[in-house]
Design a protein around this ligand. Structure first.
Ligand SMILES: Cc1ncc(COP(=O)(O)O)c(C=O)c1O
Length: 394
């Protein structure tokens, strides 16, 4: 007889990621996928990373392959990096994890009990929903402006409302899926509100170093006065998603709590990976890699925006990000981008329907397009194909 499992409440809460389903189509070479959230495969620093791993194993031998405390030089490097970005930090404030998703999940588990309230954006990365609602939090939503990011007055209202939220998560730079970054004024206010209302605020930031236009603004954490803002960083988009490594910046006593929670999960982040990443950083290769990546991403973004202008310009609007990897497109009200997906796949192009990122439904006439993992030629051709599909629904 087949087993009948009694699944936990948490497994029932977690939203299935349609993105992962769509990613399966991305491997068909005939389909131009504007649907992924990946850095360009051909730009990943594979040769350099290979050299780093070999160096680490040759130099450190068995200790690179043992259990180990977090790699201190990596924590020190990150503390220095965060300090240079306007977040004065010591190595003890840096906690190494398996990436931004892990950071959100840990911080959510640290502060939120089943049924507590969490504040997130109305349109947000699916992983934010998974880390909050997926852990059984009641969600309180704030809208975002397509040019300036999260609505700060709405954020204040959400913080002030009873029951007081136990956690908030914002994506301040090159938002996934909107592509928008929040202004320095809004960052300052977000930090001030977190402190005033004593709401732990997670600054989910996998994208800020991917800026190809303008200066990088200071993180929200820069404006933190009492320690209510938790910075969450990752090597996924700036080095490679496959290294599965990120970090949290937090006060030392909170780091100790996170450490305990995390040990129950998976003990620690691979010491081999931490050492290899540090080797990569020590050699100054991150800067070099980012310069190359951002140059390529800018050309790709420009190509995408030009193609949108040519093929969708008469009826659609879109965000114009100064970095990151996504553009958000709004089509006429009556179009439902979910209804178009099959047609798009038949025409060998694929995108993510914007409704996928909406916590409460709606936004049916929107879509998220990725430009980082698509060649220049395919960006132009993909938007031409997409324009052909949309024509039938106008
Ligand atoms: C906004 C946002 N947060 C978190 C993540 C997860 O990143 P990581 O690979 O560091 O876990 C992603 C990945 O696409 C993301 O877009």
């Amino acid at each position: 007889m087949a087993a009948v499992y009694q699944y936990s409440q948490e497994s029932a809460h977690v939203k299935r990621s349609v993105l992962r389903e769509l990613l399966r189509h991305a491997v068909d070479p005939n389909i131009i996928s504007l649907a992924t959230g990946l850095p360009s495969s051909e730009l990943l620093p594979t040769r350099q990373f290979d050299e780093c791993v070999r160096t680490v194993i040759a130099r450190d031998g068995a200790s690179a392959m043992q259990y180990s405390p977090q790699i201190m030089p990596l924590r020190e490097w990150l503390a220095d990096y965060m300090t240079r970005r306007g977040v004065p930090s010591e190595a003890e404030n840096i906690y190494i994890t398996n990436g931004c998703q892990h950071n959100m999940s840990l911080l959510s588990r640290l502060f939120v009990n089943l049924g507590d309230t969490a504040v997130i954006e109305e349109i947000t990365y699916v992983g934010v929903m998974q880390a909050t609602g997926g852990h059984g939090a009641a969600l309180r939503l704030v809208p975002s402006n397509l040019s300036t990011g999260v609505d700060i007055d709405a954020l204040e209202a959400a913080f002030a409302q009873e029951p007081r939220p136990k956690l908030a998560i914002l994506i301040p730079d090159f938002h996934n899926p909107l592509g928008v970054s929040i202004t320095p004024e809004k960052r300052q206010r977000a930090a001030q509100l977190a402190n005033q209302y004593q709401v732990p605020l997670v600054e989910d930031d996998p994208y800020s170093p991917l800026r190809f236009i303008g200066e990088m603004p200071a993180p929200i954490k820069h404006y933190d006065t009492d320690g209510y803002v938790f910075y969450s960083g990752s090597f996924s988009k700036i080095l490679a998603p496959g290294v599965r490594c990120g970090w949290i910046v937090a006060p030392v006593d909170v780091v100790r709590y996170i450490e305990r929670l995390r040990e129950a999960d998976d003990l620690e982040t691979s010491t081999l990976i931490q050492r290899s990443i540090y080797e990569f950083l020590r050699r100054g290769w991150l800067e070099e890699h980012l310069a190359q990546l951002n140059e390529a991403n800018k050309i790709r973004r420009d190509t995408l925006l030009a193609a949108l202008d040519t093929h969708l310009g008469s009826y659609a609007t879109w965000t114009e990000p100064e970095g990151g990897i996504f553009v958000w497109v709004t089509l006429p009200e009556h179009i439902n981008t979910w209804d178009m997906v099959k047609d798009a796949i038949d025409h060998q192009v694929i995108y993510v329907p914007g409704g996928e990122f909406s916590v409460n439904g709606g936004y049916k006439n929107t879509m998220r397009l990725n430009f980082s993992n698509v060649s220049v030629a395919n960006l132009s051709e993909g938007i031409r194909r997409l324009g052909g599909v949309i024509q039938k629904y106008l």
